[in-house]
Design a binder for this molecule. Structure first.
Ligand SMILES: [Zn+2]
Ligand SMILES: [Zn+2]
Length: 323
């Protein structure tokens, strides 16, 4: 049997995971071609499960998600194995017939192959956010922050929100055990972070449910830093009530906390008329600085968490996200 036929018609080339256990993947959709990584063996179990692109939601069989570098590597390994088998076969066909007698003709066949063909080695890229899916436990890694789980397709917006909110809670613990100036800064930053995290989360939900909106034109323009405005627009765009998870009193204190964030971010915390008009804060005096305690931020975390969960459920009920 020749060396070539010994190779058979199937050559299996293992693709090794990187040092963190991740295997690179690339979306086959030509508009996306997004790169991400997954840890094989975590997540859903079963045969022939589809893979979802974490960025665009495109769904196809796993073997459509090889990266260009992995394909080039496999091609180079296969080409080398085949060429080497052919070389060995040709080597075995070498012969040398010495000329016999004064008029004899000598014949020889020698095969001198050039060096081995190069292997196109590759390195998986470093990405920005590592996620363990709360729904199917798949470990995956992506550019940016928000994504669909490549195994079960669940969007990670609520998970990312909760992870960031935990950090703000830790900042409040830290604020209570440090000197006054640093503590004040930590508490104010915590308040700002809480609002930005919620804004980022809610905007992302709107983005992935754009097609479900009855008024798509306003979807990208909803700022969740202004809660009353967001509530009006969200109702117009999706028919969703932003405050449905809270009592009227809770909603009012959430609105006040968001207005206090506005003062911190844009007025160095000094009360102005606009704040008085919007925040319903009886203790505030124009021209004076507001003071925020860690517990106020902790209460805000609770309230904003309830609203985020309610919002996540409300969007889920609209149907499938865009992909
Ligand atoms: Zn994609
Ligand atoms: Zn999942």
């Amino acid at each position: 049997m020749s060396h070539l036929s010994k190779l058979g018609n199937r050559i299996s080339i293992p693709i090794k995971p990187d040092e963190d256990g991740f295997t690179g993947r690339e979306c086959p959709h030509s508009d996306c071609e997004g790169y991400f990584k997954i840890e094989l063996g975590t997540g859903l179990e079963g045969r022939d499960l589809p893979c979802h692109c974490p960025y665009c939601g495109h769904t196809a069989a796993h073997d459509h998600f090889w990266t260009k570098e992995q394909v080039k590597y496999v091609e180079s390994v296969v080409t080398r194995e085949i060429t080497e088998a052919i070389h060995r076969d040709l080597k075995e066909m070498e012969f040398n017939v010495e000329p016999k007698g004064p008029f004899g003709i000598g014949l020889s066949l020698t095969f001198k192959p050039e060096g081995p063909l190069p292997i196109r080695h590759y390195r998986e890229k470093q990405l920005e956010t590592e996620v363990v899916c709360t729904s199917c436990t798949l470990r995956y890694s992506i550019y940016g922050v928000f994504a669909f789980c490549p195994d079960c397709g669940q969007h990670n917006s609520l998970q990312i929100f909760e992870k960031n909110i935990e950090v703000v809670a830790k900042m409040m613990d830290l604020a209570e055990s440090t000197e006054r100036d640093v503590s004040r800064r930590l508490v104010e930053n915590g308040l700002e972070d809480c609002v930005s995290v919620f804004d980022g989360f809610a905007r992302e939900l709107c983005r992935v449910y754009t097609r479900s909106a009855t008024n798509r034109a306003i979807v990208g323009r909803i700022s969740f830093q202004d809660l009353e405005g967001a509530k009006r627009r969200l109702r117009r765009a999706y028919g969703i009530n932003l405050s449905s998870a809270l009592t009227a009193c809770e909603w009012q204190s959430l609105v006040r906390a968001f207005q206090r964030r506005h003062l911190i971010a844009h007025r160095m915390g000094v009360v102005d008329q606009a704040y008085l008009a919007k925040a319903a804060d009886r203790e505030a005096v124009v021209g004076r600085r507001i003071h925020i305690e860690p517990d106020e931020v902790r209460d805000l975390l609770q309230l904003v968490g309830k609203v985020a969960q309610g919002l996540s459920i409300a969007f889920d009920e609209l149907g499938e996200p865009d992909s």
